[in-house]
Ligand binder design. Structure first.
Ligand code: AKG
Ligand code: FE2
Length: 338
């Protein structure tokens, strides 16, 4: 029954239910995680654009992840977004259940784990997933509680979109392409949001909030809980904790930018772990190509004789393939290799 599926019932969990327990070979292994290595922090107010572009190029080539500060999104708005998200998950369970669905095709839904229709082991996460562009089409279906939810989240989405477009321009330039190139190829981009809520977990070493995955979209702008770490990225065989940095967003390239850069930039594996002391929230904003966008490498990136690494595909084809699988399988892009 669906009401037993959400974790954010308001009642603390004293034991980890069996359906969440991972096999021993597939656990977070906290002692092996690197904590004192920080992924790049890029100041978008740096004096020269050339400096920003070169930092982005370096971060995309070596990490696939970076953080941005002085990003132009209002800091008070960011705080309001966090607060309203937390308030949402504190609503009574009956009210939340009216929004519950495990159908990935829905454009607004509250769900749990990742894809309960496909997976055998659950993840310690509830999430509210919203389509956010164009806003007027979707906001009428968004939660009407907390009362300011639609206002705050709409304003947040608008500012995030501006930041996203700016970053896509900088990423284009960093690949030696025209500033508008990526935006033009991706067409009228969709924007989705996942407000991820990870309750206190009784046995965090046995499970994940989200297991290792790559994001299927183009670019992800993640707002981490400022006080509770949980995001980790995979680099050279090791998991690195991305400790929350004040007033920063975490940016990661999704599978579409890996394909569009002909594999020069990577859509990197990442995961969210949970803990037994504090609940955690994150807000992921996903920029997604329009469904009909044709993803194939720019001429400029293959004219030096580099072969096209992936066959051309539409985003619609890719996205369907991604959701037809479980999260922690092989990189979905592998299925599109030439
Ligand atoms: O909660 C996090 O830090 C990561 C979230 C994430 O990777 C996602 O929503 O795709
Ligand atoms: Fe992700």
């Amino acid at each position: 029954m669906a009401e037993h599926q959400l974790l954010s019932t308001g009642i603390p969990h004293r034991t980890l239910p069996e359906t969440y327990i991972r096999q021993e070979s597939d656990r977070p292994n906290f002692t092996r995680v690197i904590h004192d290595h920080n992924i790049p922090i890029i100041d978008l107010n740096s004096p020269t654009k050339a400096q920003i572009i070169s930092q982005i190029r370096h971060a995309c080539q070596t990490y696939g992840f970076f953080q941005v500060v002085n990003h132009g999104v209002g800091l008070d708005l960011v705080e309001k977004m966090m607060t309203i998200g937390k308030e949402f998950f504190k609503l009574p369970i009956e009210e939340k259940m009216s929004l519950y669905s495990d159908d990935p095709a829905k454009k607004m839904r509250l769900s749990t784990s990742f894809n309960v229709r496909k997976e055998t082991v659950r993840n310690w996460r509830d999430y509210l997933r919203l389509h956010c562009y164009p806003l007027e089409r979707y906001t009428p279906d968004w939660p009407s509680n907390p009362p300011l939810f639609r206002d705050v989240v709409s304003s947040y989405c608008k500012e995030i979109r501006q930041l996203g477009m700016r970053l896509l321009g900088l990423i284009s330039l960093s690949l030696g392409l025209e500033e508008a190139y990526i935006e033009q190829v991706l067409g009228e981009q969709e924007q989705h949001m996942a407000i991820n809520y990870y309750p206190i977990c009784p046995e965090p070493d046995l499970t994940y909030g989200l297991p290792a995955h790559t994001d299927p979209n183009a670019l992800t702008i993640l707002l981490q809980d400022p006080h509770v770490p949980g995001l980790q990225v995979f680099k050279e065989g090791q998991w690195i904790a991305v400790n929350p940095h004040p007033n920063a967003f975490v940016i990661n390239l999704g599978d579409q930018l890996q394909a569009l850069s002909n594999g020069k930039y990577k859509s990197v594996w990442h995961r969210a772990v949970v803990n037994s002391g504090k609940e955690r929230m994150s807000v992921a904003s996903f920029l997604c190509p329009c469904n009909t966008a044709l993803i194939s490498p720019p001429k400029k990136l293959i004219e030096d004789g580099s072969p096209a690494v992936y066959r051309s595909f539409t985003y619609d084809e890719y996205y369907k393939k991604f959701w037809s699988r479980n999260l922690d399988q092989e990189h979905c892009l592998e299925l599109f290799k030439n």
